[in-house]
Design a protein around this ligand. Structure first.
Ligand SMILES: Nc1ncnc2c1ncn2[C@@H]1O[C@H](COP(=O)(O)OP(=O)(O)OP(=O)(O)O)[C@@H](O)[C@H]1O
Length: 260
């Protein structure tokens, strides 16, 4: 096996404000192999988004190092694109122009730019919506535009911060399926922040489970199930239960936790 795509060595992150100092990440060691989809799973406030931002070069670690293909990460780059929960589309630009916007720094000709944007919009099933505006689309369609915009840049890695959290269950399942198919086709590495255990088990090759105060990796779980996965299969339920047990949820009222 070659070198890891991403390696974090002894990473710590402390935020300093006027009144206090908060250590949000402590002693994070992890590696992400090329081709993997990994999830960072943990309760609210445990430092998931901070960890994602450190991986993407948006926050500098206070301690330790972050390596991307063996090179120190010091800044965000187009090799790792961030995808947010709230799409971040420009409302005054059409679907096509939103995707083309991400391509402007690449210096493509107008026709190349358009062709690339159309290719990725077709990939996410939006070839008939090129000239619509974000406000004319459902939340799920808007997130598909955002996914197309990220893919069109052809990054090596997409960092996703709870990308489907604002969507209803049916749309979320649909987009999780789409994302999995696209990932298998494009071979883009995905790092997904979520607090949805099902989403993590459904999509991930590996799950990094985090504890809070300070944020640290509690346990890493390899999900050894072929894709596409069957959410109702007992092997899927095995991993789901393993994670619920690890977070100590299984002792509580299970009707609350097994509510899908
Ligand atoms: N730029 C910042 N400055 C100061 N503190 C910050 C900053 N960013 C995050 N924090 C603090 O770091 C802690 C972890 O936040 P983070 O957003 O990483 O958690 P999270 O697990 O992603 O939470 P959630 O699931 O609710 O989004 C919080 O206490 C937050 O207040």
């Amino acid at each position: 096996m070659g070198a890891s795509l991403v390696t974090l060595n002894q990473v710590g992150k402390t935020f300093k404000t006027n009144s206090k100092e908060e250590t949000v990440l402590q002693n994070i060691n992890l590696s992400i192999e090329d081709g993997e989809t990994v999830s960072i799973l943990g309760k609210s406030g445990c430092g998931k988004s901070t960890l994602l931002n450190v991986i993407g070069g948006f926050h500098a670690p206070t301690k330790g190092s972050v390596l991307f293909e063996g090179e120190q990460v010091t800044n965000p780059s187009r090799r790792a694109i961030m995808l947010f929960q709230h799409y971040a589309l420009l409302p005054w630009r059409s679907v096509l122009k939103n995707v083309e916007l991400g391509l402007e720094p690449e210096g493509l000709s107008a026709s190349e730019q358009r062709e690339r944007a159309e290719t990725y919009l077709a990939l996410v099933g939006l070839k008939d919506s090129l000239h619509q505006f974000p406000s004319q689309l459902s939340g799920g369609m808007q997130q598909r535009v955002a996914i197309a915009r990220a893919l069109a840049i052809r990054p090596e890695m997409i960092l996703m911060d709870e990308p489907f959290a604002a969507l209803d269950t049916f749309t979320r399942y649909y987009l999780q399926d789409e994302l999995m198919k696209i990932q298998q086709q494009e071979k883009t590495n995905i790092v997904l922040v979520t607090h949805d255990i099902d989403e993590a088990v459904y999509l991930s090759d590996r799950i990094f489970m985090m504890d809070a105060n300070p944020g640290r990796i509690r346990r890493t779980v390899d999900i050894e199930l072929p894709k596409p996965r069957d959410r109702s299969h007992r092997d899927f339920q095995y991993y789901r239960k393993l994670i619920l047990d690890e977070f100590d949820f299984s002792q509580r009222d299970q009707s609350v936790e097994y509510n899908i």
